[in-house]
Write a protein that binds this ligand. Structure first.
Ligand SMILES: CC(C)(COP(=O)(O)OP(=O)(O)OC[C@H]1O[C@@H](n2cnc3c(N)ncnc32)[C@H](O)[C@@H]1OP(=O)(O)O)[C@@H](O)C(=O)NCCC(=O)NCCS
Length: 154
């Protein structure tokens, strides 16, 4: 495994960082399993601000040399039952294709777990794509029973 780039750091972003989210959307294909796919495209700055201002959104950026090299997005899901007040749904994460297998993914997950410990959240779920399952296992995730289904309205 190679070294992390100089100045590598992970930080949680908020509404003031909408520009970073807009920039990420323009090249987020580079954080995909297949960087050859099209990026999400142009993101409206107001939409980006609203997204980052949403109290259920947790978003971390990994940066080095002024560039985004990774990100992790979670949704805080309140629980109906006794016990911890919420759990996390790990919606999306990615390490820039040129920087994989250097510990960035682990560093992003560690930030998420630090947030969970500080905020009394004990469980995180991820609907993982097949490519990333080995990574999540290395980070301590286990397969749950049942299946994740999806329905798209047309
Ligand atoms: C999955 C992903 C985030 C991993 O990021 P990364 O920065 O390469 O991960 P790390 O370098 O921190 O790897 C941590 C450990 O997982 C292992 N690992 C990383 N990717 C792996 C993979 N695809 N399959 C199996 N093991 C993997 C590493 O070898 C390392 O093991 P080690 O600590 O024993 O040496 C990255 O490959 C990625 O962005 N993939 C495309 C987008 C994607 O699939 N996102 C997940 C959507 S659910």
């Amino acid at each position: 495994m190679g070294a992390l780039p100089a100045g590598f750091a992970v930080r949680r972003i908020g509404p003031a960082d909408a520009g970073a989210l807009v920039a990420l959307a323009a090249t987020d294909n580079l954080f995909d399993e297949d960087p050859g796919t099209a990026p999400s495209g142009v993101l409206d700055p107001d939409g980006a601000r609203d997204f980052l201002a949403d109290p259920s959104v947790l978003f971390w950026l990994a940066e080095a040399g002024g560039q985004t090299v990774g990100f992790l997005h979670c949704c805080i899901q309140r629980r109906r039952t006794p016990g911890p007040w919420a759990e996390l749904l790990l919606m999306e994460m990615g390490t820039h294709a040129q920087w994989r297998r250097r510990g960035m993914g682990r560093a992003l997950v560690a930030e998420m777990e630090a947030w969970m410990r500080s905020n009394g959240v004990a469980e995180v779920w991820v609907p993982a794509n097949t490519y990333a399952v080995g990574f999540y296992r290395k980070c301590g995730f286990a397969t749950d029973e049942g299946e994740i289904l999806v329905k798209e309205l047309h």
